[in-house]
Design a protein around this ligand. Sequence first.
Ligand SMILES: [Zn+2]
Length: 532
Amino acid sequence: MSDFLFKNATVVDGTGKPPFEADILVEGPVIRQVGRMDGARAKRTVDAQGLVVCPGFIDMHCHADFSLPIVPSADSLVHQGITTAVVGQCGLSPAPLPQSNREEVIVGLSAILSEVEEEIPWSEWSSFGDYLLFLRRLGVSLNVVPLVGQGTIRSGIMGFREGRASEEQMKGMQEEAAKAIQQGAWGLSTGLIYPPGSYASTDELKELMQVVAREGGFYFSHIRGESETLVEAVAEAIRIGRETGASVQISHFKAAGRQNWGESKKALALIDQACKEGLDVYTDMYPYTAGSTTLVAFLPEWAQEGGKEAVLGRLSDSAIRIKMTEDMMKGGFAKSVEWDTVLITGSPRKPEYQGLLVSDLAARVGKTAHVWIFDALLETNLQIHIALFAMSEDNRKREIRHPLMTFCTDGMGFTAMGSLPRSLTHPRSYGAFPRILSHYVREEGILSLEEAVHKMSGLAAKRLNLKDRGLIKPGTAADLVVFDPVKVRDRATYDNPHQYAEGILEVIVNGEPVIHEGSHTGSRPGRILNRL
Ligand SMILES: [Zn+2]
């Protein structure tokens, strides 16, 4: 007897076709049959009358590789209907950790990922393959598509230092990248606004990507600029694809800063142009107008260099503070920021800052924003997370519709009950996918339901060359979501983010229920997916 029968479902099958009424039969980890099945029986029958059944959602940009070792149930993600997550993003992956400067790499990664610093069991792995084996043994609730981070590789060979790679260092990085690909990485990611990624020239990235592309690996990039230099940064990523043959994913697409909103159209046009040229370029976004990063990212690049102690040293030096302020006003990430758009979301050492704007916090103590930031970074040992309200809703509506746009959380898997520090976090970790269904489909009508589901499943699977997922048809993996199209919505907000989405009733991963009647079952049927 089959394991599951979904009766009378409104099927949105992931192809972009209009919804149709059907029953779905699941056997083991696979969809067996789709259509009218009067008299069919199964161990479990779900009456899906009035509900949508669609393929599980694919999160194209996720940092859950840092949360899964602590929260393998990935609650905030699977409650959204996400059944597959592409992790190892922004140049940051938990492996490989080198023999020589293992501690330096761990400290550096932790500084960027301050939300999970305390509990990651770093001692459990060294190589990329070790890390994946650790996840396999642990068992996780969703499927994982892992990338290796260029920043992790570079810091392992060169530390968190600026400067060109020597021939020998370049060779070392290429070897590490090749090893990671052989051990299961689907490609390489970069994060070109953070050290050490920001220290890598286009030529260095090309040399590294050549090795990855030869193996058919992807290039996922948090590009070098998402504000003033957005267009140049997109062009750099496309060029790396053109010159190495790699498929390119422009990660968490955005035009940040009011004066740069006009750049969104130009950047998307550049992606269209690349496709016309025959290149394989896609992009992804989260459906919010605020981004999220650490307060440290506002410092000039040179001031972020050399690891935590070096940064803290500079923050305590009054002459260097003057130089930093000058540079922050002249250019870089901080230049286009209005301080009343920067909300403190995480500050474990100074929880009283959470939920407040930098402009208000600075005014309250009679400091300039720059001085307040320097002081706050010192007080908190650099551990402050922020949300930055820098994007235009009109742009978001246009970007969402772009034919090469897929979706992401750019988040992690938390539990609302909290086994991780209770700082605020960007609501996207809990709400990104349901928010598209409620805000942009149901309320705004920007996408039809089938278009949205297609982008979340079929299109994302096509992008990844995932041939056996992302669609509802016989023979594909039984990754399924059952949701109420009238009630589905995100509940997570900036000041109360730790709240699961509503209306996502059943989530099936490889034929096993992970969400049943709206609650996590505790089951961990996720697989570390192999590149076909
Ligand atoms: Zn990023």
